[in-house]
Design a binder for this molecule. Structure first.
Ligand code: HEM
Length: 438
């Protein structure tokens, strides 16, 4: 395949590892710089082979929506996801994907979401407890613990805090392993990820056996008896693999979304006050889905934080056929194409002063996000669009409400967040924030 994209401009990078170290270091800037240098389509090497970066105007939406089945995700992600998250939904295409996704969707229907909302305040309270006796807190690890608890308790019915801590410890290296150099030797990042997977797979299989014998009301138990329209049920291993990926899907992404909001609101105290004004009288124990989703200021702030620093800046697809990417470039069938969701979200053609944190751009008067249908893609689009997007919005808004009602928070004036952007955004220093009780 590589000889067929030889004609494209680009940089092969180092032998074997290619550009992975540069991408890990530079994140989205890597792609912006290459776009400036080579144009919107160019090649680069990953440890798994040569790939194409595609940063054109309509790139993301065309490939993500995938009308005409021009690309697949299974082959595209199998080298990265396959060893750590085999059988996951992001390795599936076509009918198989549709069937499995429709079963997983049961965890995200309105009824299920409404149930989670009633259970959430107790879990949020645990996190608040951790802030109350401290003034300076690294919020990113705090939010990771929160998301592990929420997902563990609500989806899997896991109440044991010691086990949840172990899940947290196992899942972090799994995320890192997906984009590390795939060398399985003791001590490598890849090896640690595989170990994490082995541990969680073993523990979750034990749990599956228990749930089959004594089903609870959680999603894990429901999956054990769920059938698709053909009457097929999942095997225990399939259930475990799906659940592990749901955990991964929720984990870094939502922890970053929360950290991102705290950072942006620390830097823009006027918006912090506006959001506080909106939520200060909310009783979280008696709130419903409709009210949460209808919070106007909070929604604008959430969207704007996601626009500026989306948790998932990039994704990958593979061409199912020779594919014309733009007027000048056609890539052959089998080419792996990296797609940036970030480019359109910062394009001055679509957004006024795009680098500024300006939640008002999502207001009813301005609606900048509606000017271009493919400019705002924090949760992707098309068949693989994020299955947990509403759930993530609920977690973020409820947690932020709980914090804003009790605390003012800030970072020093000269503090600038240093983000590791690949594959999921995270603050390198854990994001230390000062909390002050109101
Ligand atoms: C702010 C938080 C989140 C962000 C920004 C986010 C972002 C995304 C994006 C961009 C995709 C599409 C990837 C692609 O097309 O290649 C995706 C897919 C996915 N997300 Fe999320 N996500 C978030 C939270 C969650 C949560 C809370 C869950 C589950 C509880 C979840 C589960 C998934 C799953 C299972 C997929 C794959 C769907 C499929 O392949 O059909 N995500 N997410």
């Amino acid at each position: 395949m590589s000889k067929n994209i030889d004609h494209l401009p680009g940089n092969k990078g180092l032998p074997v590892v290619g550009e992975i170290l540069n991408i890990s270091k530079e994140g989205v800037k890597y792609f912006e710089n290459r776009k400036e240098k080579y144009g919107e389509v160019y090649k680069f090497r990953m440890p798994t082979g040569m790939v194409v970066g595609f940063l054109g105007e309509k790139a993301a939406i065309t490939l993500l929506k995938n009308h005409g089945n021009i690309v697949n995700i299974g082959n595209a992600t199998k080298d990265l996801l396959g060893p750590i998250y085999p059988n996951s939904i992001m390795l599936m295409d076509g009918e198989q994907h549709k069937k499995d996704r429709s079963i997983l969707m049961q965890a995200f229907k309105r009824k299920a979401l409404s149930e989670y909302i009633t259970k959430m305040p107790k879990i949020l309270e645990q996190t608040l407890e951790e802030i109350r006796d401290k003034k300076n807190i690294k919020v990113y690890p705090m939010f990771k613990t929160l998301v592990i608890r929420i997902t563990g308790k609500l989806f899997f019915g896991i109440e044991d805090e010691v086990f949840l801590k172990k899940v947290n410890e196992a899942i972090t290296p799994m995320g890192i392993a997906m984009v590390s150099i795939p060398v399985n030797l003791p001590g490598t990042a890849y090896n640690k990820g595989l170990k994490g997977r082995k541990y969680l797979s073993k523990e979750f299989l034990k749990l599956a056996a228990q749930k089959r014998k004594h089903p609870g009301n959680d999603f894990f138990s429901k999956l054990c008896i769920a059938t698709n329209e053909d009457g097929d049920t999942f095997t225990d291993q399939e259930i475990v693999d799906h659940l592990l990926f749901l955990y991964q899907g929720a984990y870094d992404t939502t922890s970053w979304a929360l950290s991102n909001l705290v950072y942006r609101l620390s830097k823009a105290p006027e918006w912090q006050e506006k959001m506080r004004d909106e939520v200060k009288h909310i009783d979280l124990k008696n709130i419903d889905l409709h009210t949460i989703l209808g919070l106007k200021t909070s929604t604008m702030i959430f969207n704007e934080a996601m626009r500026l620093s989306p948790s998932v800046p990039l994704t990958i697809r593979e061409a199912n056929e020779d594919l014309k990417l733009n007027e000048d470039v056609t890539v052959p069938k089998g080419t792996k194409i990296w797609v940036s969701m970030t480019m359109g979200m910062r394009d001055p053609k679509h957004w006024k002063d795009p680098e500024a944190f300006d939640p008002g751009r999502f207001s009813e008067d301005r609606q900048e996000h509606k000017k271009c249908p493919h400019a705002f893609l924090p949760f992707g689009a098309g068949p693989h669009q994020c299955i947990g997007r509403v759930f993530a919005e609920i977690i973020v808004k409820m947690m932020m409400t709980a914090i804003l009602k009790e605390f003012r928070f800030s970072v020093p004036d000269n503090y600038k967040i240093d983000i590791s952007e690949f594959p999921i955004m995270r603050p390198k220093d854990g994001l230390p924030v000062q909390f002050e009780k109101i």
